[in-house]
Design a protein around this ligand. Structure first.
Ligand code: TRP
Length: 468
């Protein structure tokens, strides 16, 4: 290794982009974005989300990747190295590790659903539906899965084991290779599905739902959700992009890569909506179908397509892999804290953190099928915080996505914008990047990062708690 450090690096520039895009593109795009768009009434929510991506997400991504590349360390170490001893900035890194821990614990459960759907597809459960009863029956698989504690725990176990396995193998061989093959396949498949969706009766209505401006269902909570999701979907605000940036070579620029990653990620999310909502409207299903949306809607279409079983297998295999490349980045952040800071062996750190996250994820796997973590927990949350309450799974997602990620993002924005030495920052952004070397561009980025993004985050949070 030419570098003075012993850190591994990406095999190529495409390696970073692919792996970072693999982290960004995941269940957030294909599972979560359509379902929260549905719940928030479509168009206006999508617009706010796009606004958050461009004005908050993208500048912070450049900042986050840059900090990682500069420090060549995972989050806690990066903040520690770039500040004097005992500085509270390290807490931003620690918050990130905790956030990754929480997100992976329930993310794995959803990924498990995708795996179970691969199995269901292989048994032919999603083919040859003709009568309305048969079509309705296809959608009922989700309810049955959701309510089955054993199945949820089983697939959660399988998925966590796979994630741990890949992260042990390490950055280059595991992550880069997985992303290199899977990302392009996913993209092509989604475009084919959208092509199919254009032939459906409900396509016009779906396009209007997603791209028309419908403000009637938009709430302060919805705006917070759009902001939180822009962090979630770009893997921002907890140091995942920072960690991936830390494996970058000097010659690779941070600006263009961040733009490409955000663009790909947003494209996949919008394509997912355009593949999914035509089905929703054609079959008169609920757009606000909640977490089961993609698992109910897509099979309904597959079941009536020629070669539906094959389409279904391919779709859920790709969904599983999209989840896997994201889960890898979550575990990588948590594990690299122990590797970089406490000097643990990689396999040691990965197995142990993976095991603890697995155990912590069990309540999420039991949220649909047990009273304790499902309705009972919801009642508890309701009695403490008011509102409708949320089960364990939904509570963690709400807490991590809507509050912890934006808070972490705020910390990273302020750190990259104000705390880092201006000369180093200017050089770092220009390094390997033609765009980053253009002064007006640099200044526009810097002031968005320093002022606009932080104010947007704080305003949305104050609005969500009812102060504004
Ligand atoms: N971005 C991924 C998705 O959309 C999830 C994810 C992976 C993530 N790594 C992350 C979210 C880090 C926040 C932070 O599915």
């Amino acid at each position: 290794m030419s570098d003075a450090t012993q850190r591994s690096q990406w095999g190529s520039k495409a390696g970073f982009v692919l792996a970072a895009a693999g982290s960004a593109v995941g269940l957030g795009n294909l599972w979560k974005f359509p379902y929260i768009t549905g719940e928030n009434g479509g168009g206006a929510f999508v617009l706010i989300y796009l606004f958050c991506i461009v004005v908050v997400g993208l500048p912070i991504m450049v900042g986050e990747v840059f900090v990682g590349k500069l420090a060549q360390k995972a989050p806690v170490g990066a903040f520690g190295d770039l500040t004097p001893k005992g500085s509270p900035w390290k807490l931003v890194g620690a918050l990130g590790v905790a956030t990754g821990f929480i997100i992976l614990s329930y993310y794995s459960v959803v990924a498990g659903w995708a795996m179970h759907y691969v199995y269901l597809a292989c048994t032919g459960a999603f083919s040859g539906a003709e009568t309305p009863e048969q079509i309705a029956a296809v959608g009922e698989h989700f309810g049955a899965l959701y309510a089955n504690p054993g199945l949820n725990v089983f697939w959660h176990t399988v998925f966590m084991a796979m994630t741990v396995g890949i992260v042990i193998v390490g950055i280059q061989k595991g992550v880069e290779l997985a992303a290199r093959i899977l990302m392009p396949t996913l993209f092509v498949m989604l475009i084919a599905l959208v092509g199919y969706a254009t032939t459906m009766e409900g396509f016009g209505q779906a396009a209007d739902f997603v791209f028309g401006v419908h403000t009637d269902q938009l709430t302060g909570a919805g705006v917070l959700e759009a902001l939180g999701h822009s962090f979630f979907t770009l893997s921002l605000g907890m140091g995942a992009m920072l960690t991936y940036g830390s494996y970058m070579k000097k010659a690779d620029g941070v600006v263009a890569t961040s733009v490409v990653i955000s663009g790909l990620d947003t494209g996949v999310a919008l394509l997912a909506c355009l593949a999914l909502f035509p089905i929703t409207f054609t079959y008169g299903m609920e757009a606000a179908g909640g977490p089961g949306l993609v698992f109910v809607n897509m099979p309904t279409a597959f079941a009536q397509m020629a070669g539906g079983t094959l389409w279904a297998i391919l779709f859920f295999v790709l969904l599983t892999f999209a989840a896997l490349t994201s889960a890898i980045s979550l575990l990588e952040v948590v594990a690299s804290y122990f590797i970089d800071e406490l000097k643990w062996k990689r396999w040691h750190a990965v197995t142990l953190t993976g095991a603890v996250i697995f155990v912590f994820g069990i309540p999420s796997a039991l949220s649909g099928g047990t009273e304790l973590f499902g309705t009972g927990f919801q009642e508890l949350v309701k009695s403490v915080f008011g509102g409708d309450g949320k089960n364990w799974f939904d509570s963690l997602d709400y807490l991590a996505s809507n509050w912890m990620l934006p808070l972490g993002g705020l910390g990273i924005a302020l750190f990259a914008g104000w705390r880092i030495d201006d000369v180093k920052r200017r050089e770092g952004i220009a390094e390997g990047s033609k765009l980053g070397a253009v002064v007006p561009f640099y200044l526009a980025w810097l002031w968005t990062l320093r002022i606009v993004a932080p104010i947007a985050i704080v305003l949305v949070m104050l609005h969500a708690v009812g102060v504004l």
